[in-house]
Design a protein around this ligand. Structure first.
Ligand code: NAP
Length: 334
């Protein structure tokens, strides 16, 4: 059966998902689009032969909608996801699940009381080939027990509206999720250090920053976030094990010979770097729904990531190590 997918929000990532569903995901078609910018909604819907509706409620209720992608701005995600849950429709909610811990918990509690998983959160790095290899090696025991992780998250530049806390809530939130997923345990504390500012950083922006996470078993995870690095988009990850290390292998973007040297090209944008991961995330979500089981990053994962991000912002503001506290995990997510 072909899954009929609707999307709320047709901006950056929403438009990308619309094209992917229409062009490179098997077993699905994009049926309905809603965006408050009605011209944008109509334009992108027309590209893929979908129709538009006038709001979130008619979109979720429509007969030609089996499942929903939420790609609106983050603060709107909880209400829109809760509305999908109330209608019993599977939802792929872009990260974050919510911008507050309380909002995320409302989604977790609503889904737990339904007793079945309908929510998947858009942490697409879990579908990246390189990260999956790192996890495979780690889980095999080949490098022993993880004792430390070193990670890097660099963007060439960010818009003027990007703030220092967005480096944590929008960028490092991916490392927050990856840490929990790779290590299979929760983060219990976070510290954020701000050092010398890059001369290329926007005037109000503290950039770069260093984030240190501590996991329940004591693994230390350091993440450099540098969103005005100029040269390209790059993520790195090395897990140090007790008998060896495993590092993230990045896809090839071509060999460049220029100005007397030869090297590997670096992508300019996350869109290129994670193109395969986004496609694989959507395919896996669609396949999961066809099999009657959503298996990707859960509402609990979304809640835990937001709890770390919120603690990181507090750590940044107060310049203090901040404890991450989670409620008891509902049985649904065991
Ligand atoms: P964006 O370009 O601003 O797109 C959001 C769209 O939603 C805009 O067209 C916006 O319209 C529209 N919108 C605003 N209010 C709405 C409402 N009430 N109902 C429906 N649509 C509404 O933002 P984006 O960069 O695509 O980001 C969207 C979400 O995806 C964010 O949570 C972001 O963190 C996440 N994201 C995830 C990844 C990833 O790697 N997983 C990458 C990028 C983005 P207006 O512009 O008129 O407000």
């Amino acid at each position: 059966m072909v899954q009929q997918i609707a999307i709320i929000g047709a901006g950056n990532i929403g438009h990308d998902h619309i094209r992917r569903i229409a062009g490179s995901v098997a077993g699905a078609r994009l049926s309905v689009v809603f965006d408050v910018d009605t011209d944008r909604a109509q334009e992108v819907a027309a590209e893929v032969g979908a129709r538009t509706v006038a709001g979130v409620d008619p979109l979720i209720a429509a007969d030609d909608v089996d499942a929903v992608i939420v790609a609106s701005p983050g603060p709107l995600h909880p209400e829109q996801t809760l509305a999908c849950l109330a209608a019993g429709k599977p939802v792929l909610c872009e990260k974050p699940l919510g911008t507050t811990v309380e909002d995320c918990l409302r989604v977790v509690e609503a889904e737990a009381s339904l007793g079945r998983r309908l929510v998947q959160v858009g942490f697409m790095r879990r579908y990246d080939h390189g990260y999956r290899q790192v996890k495979r090696v780690l889980d095999s025991g080949e490098v022993g027990e993880a004792v430390m992780v070193h990670a890097v998250h660099r963007n060439p530049e960010v818009p003027a509206s990007f703030t220092s806390d967005m480096s944590l809530t929008d960028s490092v939130v991916h490392e927050m999720d990856v840490t929990r997923w790779l290590l299979g345990e929760e983060v219990v504390a976070v510290t954020v250090l701000a050092g010398r500012r890059s001369p290329w950083a926007n005037a109000h922006l503290q950039d770069p920053q260093l984030v240190l996470m501590e996991t329940a078993s004591g693994v230390l995870v350091d993440v450099e976030t540098f969103v005005s690095c100029q040269y390209g988009y790059e993520v790195r990850c090395e897990v140090v094990g007790s008998t060896g290390t495993v590092s993230l292998d990045t896809p090839s973007f071509g060999a460049v010979t220029s100005a007397g040297s030869r090297g590997r090209a670096v992508p300019g944008h996350w869109r290129e770097r994670f193109a395969d991961a986004y496609r694989s995330e959507l395919q896996s979500w669609v396949d999961g729904m066809a099999a009657g089981q959503v298996t990707g990053p859960s509402a609990w994962d979304g809640y835990a990531a937001t709890a770390i991000a919120v603690a990181a912002v507090e750590a940044q503001t107060r310049r203090q190590r901040t404890v991450v506290e989670l409620v008891d995990k509902p049985a649904l997510y065991a």
